[in-house]
Design a protein around this ligand. Structure first.
Ligand code: F6P
Length: 343
């Protein structure tokens, strides 16, 4: 039976979303399904901004970053009559199923709508933060870390010339995956992640030792770290209640501290949203494509309330409940790998 599928991309964008959208649309053709693009995440479903999404709209987007559907951090539960409007628009546009591509917030919302109001939903995990449970990697992560790794190479060149310590602040919210992988892959001398409390005096001493040896040092910090010594700025929350972490200027504060405590000239840089844009890497193009195709399969099999996931090299599906139960954060095994290189 032919179905109408609405696709939305919620939360922060990331490379890999366009390959995933393309994957759904191409696979839907095999099932004789019609696909619709819900514009700008949940906002599009609240406002009824839903447009047909055809082969011609997606065939050229595999190499494009961002999302052709637009994204927003709008939470229907925070909008007056939001859920009623969502349901009314699903009915009006005769959507048989939704494919919600997003991170913890979008998938949490998908799970709520599936469980509480019986919407037929399939989730696709995407986030540069790589913090979704039940899936080994999310698309967006590889591209973002690749961008951050390139930035580290530039910082290393200038840091080495000027005999400085260079600090790079990366995104990742409350998970340290981006900082950890950036640090390991670029030969950083110290990495700060939210999951592990930093011993600051040990870090200063370590950087002094490294500096003695090579006359420069590299530090990567996650935006989500906490330290009582830093001047934490006024915290703003988004509609899902998340702190806007970049406003705390963690990298800048850390560089000042290192400069003061070691006496070595230290500079900081924030790669910011540059790590979230640009073309997806090979890994993210393939993962996005596989996730999109699998999501269309799940709709065909009427496996709703499920999320596509990568386990090893297999694309499987798991319950949305399992996926949103808790954040996937850096574990001891990964941290131990990073520590091997703090010498
Ligand atoms: O969740 C993805 C992410 O890039 C986080 O790493 C970061 O904290 C946040 O989004 C930034 O959000 P915004 O684009 O709304 O500033």
């Amino acid at each position: 039976m032919s179905k109408k599928i609405g696709i939305l991309t919620g939360g922060g964008d990331c490379p890999g979303l366009n390959p995933a959208i393309r994957g759904v649309v191409f696979k839907a053709i095999d099932y004789d399904f019609k696909t619709f693009g819900i514009q700008e995440g949940w906002r599009g479903l609240i406002e009824g901004n839903i447009l047909p999404l055809r082969l011609g709209d997606v065939e050229d987007i595999i190499d494009c970053g961002g999302t052709v559907l637009g994204a927003s951090r709008v939470n229907p539960y925070k909008v007056d009559g939001g859920i009623e409007k969502v349901l009314a628009n699903i009915k009006e546009h005769k959507l048989d199923a939704l494919i919600a591509m997003g991170g913890e917030d979008t998938l949490g919302m998908a799970n709520k709508l599936s469980k509480e109001v019986g919407v037929n939903i399939v989730g696709v995990p995407k986030t540069m933060d790589n913090d979704i449970s039940g899936t080994d990697y999310t698309f967006g992560f590889d591209s973002s870390v690749t961008r951050a790794m390139d930035a580290m190479k530039s910082l290393k060149d200038t840091g080495r010339s000027h005999r400085r310590i260079m600090v790079l602040e990366v995104m990742g919210r409350h998970a340290g995956w981006v900082a950890l992988f950036t640090g390991i892959s670029s030969g950083a001398d110290w990495i700060l992640i939210p999951e592990v409390e930093t011993n600051f005096s040990k870090m200063y001493q370590h950087l002094l030792n490294v500096y003695k040896r090579k006359k420069y040092a590299l530090v990567v910090t996650a935006e989500g770290i906490e330290t009582p010594e830093m001047k934490i700025g006024k915290e703003e929350l988004d509609q899902f209640g998340h702190m806007i972490l970049r406003k705390r200027k963690v990298g800048e504060n850390l560089a000042q501290l290192i400069n003061e405590k070691t006496g070595i000239e230290t500079r900081s840089a924030v790669i910011g949203h540059m790590q979230r844009g640009g073309p997806p890497t090979l890994f993210d193009r393939i993962l996005g494509t596989r996730c999109g195709v699998k999501a269309a399969d799940l709709v065909a099999q009427e496996k709703f309330g499920r999320m596509v996931a990568l386990r090893g090299n297999e694309i499987i599906d798991i319950s949305l409940d399992e996926a949103v139960a808790k954040l996937k954060i850096v574990n001891e095994r990964w941290w131990n790998l990073a520590k091997v290189f703090f010498k």
